[in-house]
Design a protein around this ligand. Structure first.
Ligand code: ADP
Ligand code: GLC
Length: 494
């Protein structure tokens, strides 16, 4: 089974969120499951510089406004996964991230940048750009790669089945209708049952309408996006795909996230030898300028600062948390960046509560590891969460997650209800309504539990024993790829 993954990010070269972690881990897991896997990536500066041993596969020439497009093939690391890199300097050689310029504004030519990604992926799948390797399955991730599914569907030479994974339905890749002609697709696609979405061109719909199979990153989110509340206006389109839509839970890359081997944390530790975690906590408190106090429950946030993540609820719940009359008093350490208003609000909270609240408004991979290791609890109060990876990392690090009962958070954390605690099944704390009061209640429940060392230890150990493995996800994707191939063959037969 040859599988081509198309995506805009891959850890460790380019990462703005969990999408990169998935692309950094899933291909390896699929290879371990017997697949022959390659990636196709836009030639952003870090990708061009980071992909090793590149050779030119073909000169594509001029495309999407770029005067020179060259397709190269290399490896993500020595002996690592093979990756095609689309070298188009006019479109990709710039600072900033895949979606935003350094000043935070969206790139004006995202349609061309990601149109080209989809176009190249589909032509690889048709066997036209690299005759030496034609995939059986083209697997596109998020709206950035979704157009590959439309190009493949329109190309009579394509024999590859297409799979589209929604990592986040809220980001849809919408463009003015008049720009449709830039894609070079037949105009019959620009209709409401095709790529049109309320008078705009939708890249997301290219995946939703034309992929043979659609997945999202947790079973619960797969159910949620078929409802109006979570469907971002596309729930009807998703419902219409019926059983073609399924949820496959993400995993944890144990080569990156494992407290026993993590070189980015001050002292390694494991479930059998937890001593190092207390040292990691003291180091984190010291680093953040918080009171170094083993008894004070230390809550952490590691997150993009966007409304999705519900961190405004935390700002409003903060007084209730900080007033808690506990020894030492609960503490909060926040690592994140994004929305300027949220950044300013967290900075103000830190200024108001020195020694109790501290923030680092930065994107810093190594710091994220120290946070996971040093905190007692990790807060993920999301309004919606397709899967969520930070709560999985927290579980692995014996850092008890406090999460909202939504999306993949509900699939991966067992809230500390009396029954769950009695049965020894609880791994974290859960709240329902997206309100500061509901979050505050969960926070106070966590603070109270932290004051009971035996209970807290039970939660930590149960969490550390969870196994969210990429191997399990990979075997589900392999079954899905076979299913998609059969669906395509059946359709061609008709
Ligand atoms: P999302 O993809 O919606 O941002 P996930 O929980 O799936 O959420 O993945 C987030 C990933 O990004 C995790 O690997 C997390 O550690 C990382 N991350 C988020 N914010 C930061 C930050 N400020 N610095 C470093 N890593 C971060
Ligand atoms: C998205 C989602 C997140 C998910 C990640 C990886 O960024 O917001 O919930 O874990 O993709 O699939």
């Amino acid at each position: 089974m040859k599988v081509l993954h198309a995506a805009a990010e891959v850890y460790p070269l380019v990462k703005t969120g969990g999408l990169a972690d998935v692309l950094g881990a899933l291909p390896e897991a699929l290879i371990a499951a017997g697949a022959d896997v390659r990636l196709v990536l836009p030639g952003l500066p870090a990708i061009l510089a980071g992909v090793e041993r590149q050779r030119v596969v073909c000169e594509i020439g001029a495309a999407f406004g770029a005067g020179r497009v060259t397709l190269r093939l290399g490896r993500l690391a020595p002996g690592g996964v093979a990756a095609y890199v689309i070298d188009a300097p006019y479109l990709y050689q710039r600072p900033g991230n895949p979606y935003l310029a350094p000043d935070g504004s969206e790139w004006m030519d995202s349609l061309q940048r990601f149109g080209l990604l989809g176009w190249v992926a589909a032509h690889l799948a048709a066997g036209e750009l690299d005759p030496g390797w034609t995939p059986d399955v083209l697997h596109a991730h998020d709206w950035h790669a979704a157009m590959a599914c439309a190009y493949a569907a329109c190309h009579p030479g394509t024999r590859a089945a297409t799979v589209y994974t929604i990592h986040n339905l809220a980001y849809q890749g919408l463009f003015p209708e008049d720009d449709f002609h830039l894609l070079g697709l037949p105009s019959r696609l620009m209709v409401p049952v095709g790529l049109e979405f309320h008078g705009q061109l939708s890249f997301m719909k290219a995946g939703l309408k034309y992929a043979d199979r659609i997945t999202t990153v947790s079973p619960n989110y797969a159910r949620e996006i078929a409802t109006e509340a979570f469907g971002c206006g596309l729930d009807g389109v998703i419902r219409a795909r019926g059983a073609d839509v399924s949820g496959i839970l993400n995993g944890v890359d144990g080569t990156v996230w494992n407290p026993a081997t993590d070189r980015l944390i001050p002292v390694p530790y494991s479930a059998a030898a937890l001593g190092g975690k207390a040292l990691c906590k003291a180091a984190l408190q010291h680093e953040f300028g918080l009171a170094v106090d083993a008894g004070a429950p230390l809550f952490a946030v590691v997150s993009r600062l966007t409304s999705q993540k519900g961190l405004d609820l935390l700002l409003d719940a903060l007084p209730a948390l900080l007033d808690f009359p506990a020894a030492g008093g609960p503490q909060l350490a926040v690592q994140g960046n994004g929305d300027p208003a949220l950044e300013a609000a967290f900075a103000a909270a830190a200024a108001m509560h020195p020694g109790r609240v501290a923030v680092r408004l930065v994107y810093d991979e190594a710091l994220a590891h120290r946070m996971m290791a040093g905190a007692d609890a990790l807060l993920v109060p999301s309004r919606f969460e397709p899967c969520g990876l930070t709560q999985l990392y927290a579980l692995r690090y014996g850092t008890v997650p406090v999460v909202r009962h939504v999306g993949g958070l509900a699939d991966t954390v067992v809230g500390a209800s009396e029954a769950a605690v009695q049965a020894g099944l609880a791994t974290g704390f859960m709240f329902g309504p997206a309100t500061p009061a509901a979050l505050a209640q969960a926070l106070l429940q966590a603070v109270a539990a932290h004051g009971q060392p035996a209970l807290w230890r039970q939660l930590m150990l149960r969490g550390m024993a969870q196994n969210f493995s990429w191997a399990s996800a990979a075997s589900q994707y392999m079954a899905l790829y076979r299913d998609a191939q059969q669906a395509l063959q059946a359709a061609n037969h008709l």
